[in-house]
Write a protein that binds this ligand. Structure first.
Ligand code: F6R
Length: 243
């Protein structure tokens, strides 16, 4: 697991975009693993800019997202599908049929089966991850064990509170979500985690403090990924050091 410290969130985002574009340049039909939330917004902004400048072509790529709230269909403004349409899919030339999303409004068992079948046949080439304040990746929350496959998860109180900023009120945040499990993440060719903001300092500190893989700190699974890069800006790095 490699740590890269940048001078700003913008620099981190640019670095990630370069990594994604390098993969697509080498493999036009690469499978891109994608996250939502605040962390990857800068990455999507850079990718859209470069697409508009003719520097990257997404016409053959496939995408798969990490997670989705239970009960929220793609047209719901707080769904991750809607987020992806707004920030990325509608702005580049990714083919509709090459986009793999969990349908939050669909039956979880069906979504889980569809996702795991896809991942079995199409391992991710490059995956972007954000990180929860509690160290979650995707919606793999701290737990006694890791779960390998895609699964339905009860969101932690802390996660619901952190994500309430996207909803009108905290009680609107769904209590459950479907998330890719650790198998899809560990099987990715390259995993890039981007973190910014002081709320992430404790999780980043714990991630680098030892060599232990602990389901209570889900991001620690990155230690067994083939190629994992953690990109943090200097402000967060310094906060994490002082934890
Ligand atoms: C979202 C996801 C989550 C977020 C995490 C951080 O698809 O997988 O793990 O990456 O909750 O969210 P932000 O970036 O909003 O702080």
């Amino acid at each position: 697991m490699k740590l890269i410290v940048t001078e700003s969130y913008e620099e981190s985002s640019r670095l990630l975009a370069d990594m994604f574009e390098e993969v697509v340049a080498e493999k036009a039909d690469a499978v891109l693993g994608l996250a939502t939330g605040s962390s990857p917004i800068g990455l999507y902004r850079c990718l859209v800019q470069d697409f508009e400048a003719g520097k990257v072509d997404f016409s053959k790529v496939h995408t798969i997202n990490l997670d989705e709230y239970e009960g929220l269909g793609r047209s719901h403004e707080q769904s991750f599908g809607y987020f992806m349409d707004q920030h990325f899919f509608s702005r580049v030339n990714i083919k509709k049929e090459n986009i793999m999303l969990i349908d939050g409004a669909g039956k979880p068992e069906e979504q889980i089966r569809r996702y795991d079948e896809f991942l079995e046949k199409n391992p991710i080439d490059i995956l972007v991850l954000g990180i929860g304040n509690n160290g979650h990746i995707g919606f793999n929350e701290p737990d006694r064990v890791f779960q390998a496959g895609t699964h339905l998860v009860e969101l932690e109180e802390d996660t619901i509170k952190a994500n309430a900023r996207f909803f009108e009120k905290e009680s609107d945040v769904p209590k459950r979500a479907v998330t890719m499990g650790m198998k899809g993440i560990v099987n990715a060719g390259k995993v890039v985690l981007i973190a910014s903001g002081k709320a992430k300092a404790k999780a980043i500190h714990e991630l680098f403090q030892d060599d232990i893989i602990d389901p209570m700190l889900p991001c620690s699974i990155l230690k067994v990924c083939r190629e994992a890069v953690v990109v943090v800006d200097r402000e967060l790095y310094e906060q994490a050091e002082n934890e």
